[in-house]
Every structure is written in structure tokens, then in C-alpha cells.
Design a protein around this ligand. Structure first.
Ligand SMILES: [Zn+2]
Length: 486
């Protein structure tokens, strides 16, 4: 998914909600001062102890990753994962456990994927077919044209000379000129790549050290769905570049066997909850996406988030704590192809959106949880400061205003719903495991996973038991930096 960072411009259009009331307990939050509460309420302490002493998150994650495996949206394995997670939820005593379907598009199955240099050194190259791109239908041979290491003007000069070629996108052109003109030129270049009859499209992995990456979507968009496409090990791309520079020509043989299903399929969100004891119609949602890419087993993206939110509810239930509002887990799917599951949830539950107290999304890998991104809602800081106060000592104390649109909180934010994205230490997420073949169980930090589950449990309980409703409000954002591909 592209990651866009936004800054708040202005808050607009206050929806019909009660105004933000003053804090009802604990110290009031002074502006600019850090709020540290001396509160571990009895129920909070019970939940923290339950997770510390009896957590099942780590063994659940191992089963999800090693036994069930990769969970590409639309695949049978993801359906198995939904069934298994729903079974866990039922065994923990959660109620209203069910699955909601939505129309996804064709499924896609990875097949053979090989590449080798035909002339020169004959090296076998490491490639991974971009999901939902078409197969080559057997080995395809072609001359390589390098796009990259050039200015945008030089790249545009190649239009008309790409037919039948294997186009290698070595790197994106340097940012120069006005952004609008640049965007138009890039559209022209990609338009040519789509329509000029190129044989295949290769992109270097964004990671070094042999780590591959993956993306793609049945909806296509910027993902060039009509051309066989693959990501290549970055070091192998460098070899191709050097050979092209020295010899001027290079031929590859490429075989990509991944195919889409003929018919569209449905995808699912799994749901389970603990009903509120006083205001059951009002809901705090804990969300994570259960789908993954298929080069690894989706341990850090997003097995960790999925088992953490379920563990949070397991612990609240096992500790005998009765939240005043309903706390609901939603395990989304289709996140990796364009946050389809959470969009479908918001659409299907349109009439109930007004009853959502808050949404907490866990989708940032295996690092230690530091807090929650406020998604531009400065006005909600006192509520969130209060909710995370019992976690401050654990190091959960950051509430930056930052916003992003690349995970399942985004469709809720767009409806003015208070929705927050958990912030975690990066560890080796974006340099190694994210979308790569190394997204496997041994890269998970168990202690951080347990802390993450604790953070989700305590924060959701705080928001569920809080006196006031969190106000719904639309915020207007502007793009702060150009999209970077993660
Ligand atoms: Zn993710």
C-alpha cells in the first residue's frame, strides 16, 4: 500500500454529537502538559495480569503462520484462518461471532516464477510475480530496456521503443519540477507501458539484502494488471544495470505462472464481541487485517495485530471484566489490495456508525507499542491520554497528531469517526519483513506482541468505560509528503 502522511489543516463540519465534555475522573489535562495518571483501576489491573500470566497470543500466532500459512485475500487459506480465529473467539466466550461477506473480485494463485540472464553470465535471478498480474504462459524471452537512473524526460523519450521489450524499472526518476507536471508525465509514461505492448515489467525490490516485496490488486489501478510483472531482488537488479551499462544489451528468459480465477469471489470480515453492560449499543472496535501477502506467512503483517486484538478480548472476558460499552473485534481482509474489508464494513454498517465510540487499529509489525496516531484529531487528546494512562509506565505514552490513509482506520476516519492507529517501534519491519519472504514467525518479538495485546485491551477498556462519548468530526487533511511505496 502507498503510505501518505498528512497534516491537519482544519477541522470542519462538526457532526451531530454531544460536545466534548470535561474529564470525568483523573487529573484534567493541561494543554501541552503530559498527562500521567496514577490509575490502574481494579479491572485494568486484572486484565493486565491475565495477559501477563495466561496469554495465548504467541501460540495463536505460531499456529496461524506455520500451520495455516499465507493468507492472500480470496484464497482458501484465508477462509481457513477466518474459521480458526472465529473458533478461538467462541472458545474464549465472545458472543455474536460471525463472518460478513463482501464482493472482492477474482482470487489469484501464485505459480512458477523463474528468470535468468540468457547472454552474459547466465545468472538465475530471484523474482516474485506481482499479484494479480497476468502469467507469461510459459517461458518468454526478450531484450531488457532499463527505465531508471534517468530523468523523466529521458524516460519519456523511450516511448515508442518499448514494444515487445522486458521493461526494467530500476528506480523512479528524481523528483524535479512542479509536482503536478511531474504527475502528468508519470501518467503518460505508465500509460505507454500499459498500451505499448511491452512483454513484461520488472521492478527492483525496495529492500536490500535479498528481501523481496509484494503488492498488487484485482482492481489494478497503478499496479499494471494487464502486463506480466514481477519484483526482483535488488542486488540482481544492480547486476542487470551494470551489464547493460557495459554491454548495451541484455536478454532475459522469464516465466511467471500466477493466475487469477475466472470468476469473482467473496471475501470476509470476522467479528466477535463482549457486549456492554450499560450501553451495549455503543461500540469500541479493535481491528486488524487477517489477510497477508503470500511470499512469507504474514507474521508481522498482520498476524501480530490479528492475534493481539483477539487476545485483548480473551483477557477482558477471562478476567471477568464487564465493559460498559460493547468491545468488538473485527478481523478485516483485503487490506493489502486496497483496504477493501474495512471499506465494506463501513458501508454495511452505515446506520450504526454513529454509535461507534472509537476504533483502534493494530497493523505496524512486531515492535514495541508506543502509543496511537491521532489522525488529525487534536480535540480527542484528553480522552486518549486518559485511556492510555495506565500504560504510561509500560512506555505507551505517544499521541502524535499524524495521520495516514494506508490501513483499516482510514475508512472510519473518512466518516468522522474517532479512529486511531497504533504506533510501534520499526524494528526491521520496513527493511526486512514487510511484504517479504521473511515475514515469518521467528521475526516476531513475543514480549512486544504481549505488550501490544495489553495496550489494545487497556485502551479499549478505558474508552468503553469512559463517561463521555468521543465526538465525531470530519477533519480536512493535506498531503505533507509524496507517496512512498512501502
Ligand atoms: Zn498490514
Amino acid at each position: 500500500m502507498p503510505r501518505l502522511i498528512f497534516v491537519l489543516v482544519a477541522s470542519v463540519a462538526l457532526l451531530a454529537q454531544t460536545p466534548a465534555p470535561a474529564m470525568q475522573h483523573g487529573k484534567p489535562t493541561r494543554e501541552g502538559a503530559e498527562y500521567i495518571a496514577a490509575v490502574a483501576t481494579t479491572s485494568t489491573a486484572k486484565v493486565i495480569a491475565e495477559i501477563r500470566d495466561h496469554q495465548q497470543a504467541v501460540s495463536n500466532l505460531q499456529y496461524l503462520c506455520d500451520e495455516i500459512g499465507p493468507r492472500l485475500t480470496g484464497s482458501a487459506r484465508l477462509v481457513t484462518a477466518h474459521e480458526w480465529m472465529e473458533g478461538r473467539m467462541k472458545s474464549y466466550g465472545l458472543v455474536n461471532v460471525h463472518r460478513e461477506a463482501y464482493d472482492f473480485g477474482p482470487s489469484w494463485t501464485r505459480g512458477v516464477e523463474t528468470a535468468r540472464i540468457i547472454n552474459h553470465n547466465g545468472l538465475n535471478l530471484q523474482v516474485a510475480q506481482m499479484a494479480w498480474s497476468p502469467a507469461t504462459h510459459g517461458p518468454l524471452k526478450g531484450e531488457v530496456v532499463l527505465l531508471g537512473g534517468k530523468t523523466l524526460e529521458e524516460m519519456l523519450g523511450l516511448i515508442g521503443h518499448l514494444k515487445g521489450k522486458i521493461v526494467l524499472m530500476g528506480s523512479f526518476p528524481k523528483s524535479e519540477g512542479d509536482p503536478k507536471g511531474r504527475r502528468e508525465k508519470m501518467m503518460k509514461l505508465f500509460g505507454a507501458i500499459r498500451t505499448e505492448g511491452i512483454a513484461a515489467f520488472l521492478m527492483g525490490s525496495e529492500k536490500e539484502g535479498g528481501f523481496l516485496t509484494m503488492t498488487g490488486s484485482p482492481k489494478g489501478g497503478r499496479f499494471l494488471p494487464n502486463v506480466p510483472a514481477a519484483f526482483m531482488n535488488r542486488e540482481h537488479v544492480n547486476i542487470l544495470k551494470r551489464l547493460l551499462e557495459k554491454h548495451g544489451s541484455l536478454e532475459l528468459e522469464l516465466n511467471l505462472g500466477g493466475v487469477a480465477s475466472e470468476k469473482p469471489v467473496q471475501a470476509y470480515n470476522s467479528i466477535g464481541e463482549i457486549p456492554g453492560s450499560e450501553r451495549p449499543e455503543e461500540v469500541v472496535i479493535l481491528g486488524a487485517h487477517l489477510d497477508s501477502w503470500d511470499l512469507g506467512t504474514g507474521a508481522t503483517d498482520n498476524g501480530t495485530g490479528s492475534v493481539a486484538v483477539v487476545e485483548a478480548l480473551r483477557a477482558i472476558q477471562a478476567a471477568g471484566v464487564k465493559p460498559k460499552r460493547t468491545i468488538r473485534v473485527v478481523l478485516f481482509s483485503g487490506e493489502e489490495q486496497g483496504i477493501f474489508g474495512s471499506k465494506a464494513y463501513v458501508k454495511a454498517h452505515k446506520d450504526e456508525l454513529k454509535n461507534i465510540q472509537a476504533v483502534l487499529i493494530d497493523d505496524l509489525g512486531t515492535g514495541k507499542v508506543r502509543g496511537f496516531a491521532m489522525e488529525g484529531r487534536e480535540d480527542l487528546r484528553p480522552f486518549m491520554a486518559e485511556a492510555i494512562a495506565p500504560l504510561n509506565e509500560m512506555g505507551v505514552r505517544e499521541l502524535p497528531l499524524e495521520a495516514s490513509e494506508d490501513s483499516d482506520h482510514a475508512p472510519f476516519v473518512e466518516e468522522g469517526i474517532p479512529a486511531f492507529f497504533s504506533i510501534q517501534d520499526n524494528e526491521d519491519y520496513f527493511t526486512a519483513t514487510h511484504h517479504s519472504q521473511a515475514d515469518t514467525f521467528e521475526h516476531v518479538k513475543p514480549e512486544a506482541l504481549v505488550e501490544g495485546a495489553t495496550a489494545m485491551a487497556v485502551t479499549s477498556l478505558g474508552l468503553a468505560d469512559m463517561g463521555p462519548r468521543l465526538p465525531h468530526k470530519m477533519v480536512e487533511m493535506v498531503e505533507k509528503q509524496a507517496p512512498v511505496s512501502h
